[in-house]
Write a protein that binds this ligand. Sequence first.
Ligand SMILES: Nc1nc2c(ncn2[C@@H]2O[C@H](COP(=O)(O)OP(=O)(O)OP(=O)(O)O)[C@@H](O)[C@H]2O)c(=O)[nH]1
Ligand SMILES: [Mg+2]
Length: 305
Amino acid sequence: MADFLSKWIKGLDKTRKVTFSRLASVLGTNEIDSYLWDDLEAILIQSDLGVETTADIIRNLQKSVTEEGLYKASDLVDRLKHELCERLKECPDPAQSSSDKKPFVILMVGVNGSGKTTTTAKLAKKYKDSGKKVMLAAGDTFRAAAIDQLQVWGDRLDIPVISGKEGGDSAAVAYDAVQSAAARGMDILIIDTAGRLQARSNLMEELKKVHRVIGKALEGAPHATWIVLDATTGQNALFQAKAFKEIVKVTGVILAKLDSSAKGGMAFAIAKELDLPIIYAGLGEKPEDLEQFNRQSFVDGIIGD
Ligand SMILES: Nc1nc2c(ncn2[C@@H]2O[C@H](COP(=O)(O)OP(=O)(O)OP(=O)(O)O)[C@@H](O)[C@H]2O)c(=O)[nH]1
Ligand SMILES: [Mg+2]
């Protein structure tokens, strides 16, 4: 099996085993009957797909059964995979392809503990490995430990980190970092920020300021604003993302901790309700455990063979 595919299969182990594995018995050797539709509906809803998406998929499958005269449940497997794939949006990483925006500035946002700093490090490694000059900025000035955490990653990956003082102004750190990245001819600057709950309006206002100040330092920046969502929180993450979208122009989602989640099905709800592409998926804690989101690999990972 291709290396990247086995990463998806392994990374989606929990989601597959806890929820989608029951598909095997439902879509096994039986004939298609009304029990099957009930079972299928229950599995898809329990897999965090959301009620509407589930109803939509069932409707389309039933239509193809009538139109094509299918009677074996196993004939539905490929059609189900197709239905699932169709509902996901993927998008190539703009930072990998853009050469006219230099530095390409990425702002990382999300609630506390969602995986922002780890994902920032993973991205930095990926870009560096592809030959780009990368810089990091420790925009989380709330805790000294947060600044240290990013610095440790920077040392490990041999990537420069711009940071301010604990308790300092995170917008000022972001501003300095953009200027420094431009002066030093960096290709990519990734700005990590402090975790903030969407209900804390003062912190959300601060994020707005960080976003605005980055644009003052470099016109058009940030070129990408990615929200890191913790896949273990399931559909809860949707509310967070909606709130962040109202504050700053979020351009994509990174789904972290898919490997520790049984709720990978939330990816479908993200696609439906947020109208944002998933750019990357976190499939483990190590720096190399970040994969560009690929909908076919994702669906193969949750359904298996
Ligand atoms: N298994 C797994 N763990 C992850 C992944 N991404 C992050 N983590 C873990 O999640 C925890 C929190 O990660 P951080 O990167 O510190 O999260 P954060 O969003 O920066 O947290 P705050 O700065 O406190 O808001 C750490 O223990 C990470 O190792 C992932 O893709 N898979
Ligand atoms: Mg952090």
